[in-house]
Design a protein around this ligand. Structure first.
Ligand code: ADP
Length: 150
């Protein structure tokens, strides 16, 4: 059976840290579905349509799909036939949060396992929040993202 993982996040923007998790995830899973969580009450910095295109271009030719969703992560993962949720762990703060979320996801969908990959050390300081701030105040962010902004 095909091993499909759902990689959820805000991806505002998708960074080289996220890219690293997907590339390493592809050595474990047959297919990865990147799910851009979309909260109607939250205004994004980078539009979801643009981010979808940029991520699709980044993984062209690889077994990676991009979807956007507005639902509970476990439910959408199940709908997509994914048996695994993939997440990256940078530090203990990530761990505290991820621990609870993983328990809830397994409560919602029986057998839904969350697989964590520890961030590659050189990418650990990269966060979407910081990159958004750099961009907002005019700094070039090309070193932190795996695609060209256009
Ligand atoms: P969320 O809003 O769900 O935290 P993010 O887009 O910030 O979404 O992150 C999605 C996933 O990627 C999370 O599991 C997060 O821990 C992980 N992640 C974020 N930045 C990095 C990084 N630099 N290296 C590895 N994983 C990361």
């Amino acid at each position: 059976m095909k091993k499909i993982a759902f990689f959820p996040g805000s991806f505002d923007p998708f960074t080289k840290g996220h890219h690293d998790i997907v590339m390493r995830g592809l050595t474990i899973f047959d297919e990865i579905i990147i799910g851009i969580g979309h909260n109607a009450n939250k205004v994004r910095y980078f539009p979801i349509e643009k981010m979808t295109t940029w991520i699709e271009q980044t993984f062209e030719g690889k077994p990676v799909k991009v979807v956007s969703y507005n639902d509970l992560t476990a439910n959408i993962a199940k709908q997509m036939n994914a048996d695994f949720i993939l997440r990256g762990l940078r530090n203990t703060t990530d761990f505290e949060y991820e621990n609870s979320i993983a328990q809830v996801n397994r409560y919602l969908v029986e057998g839904m396992e969350t697989v964590f990959l520890i961030t590659s050390p050189h990418l650990a300081p990269i966060s979407s929040t910081i990159i958004r701030d750099l961009h907002r105040y005019g700094t070039n962010i090309d070193d932190f993202i795996p695609y060209n902004l256009d």
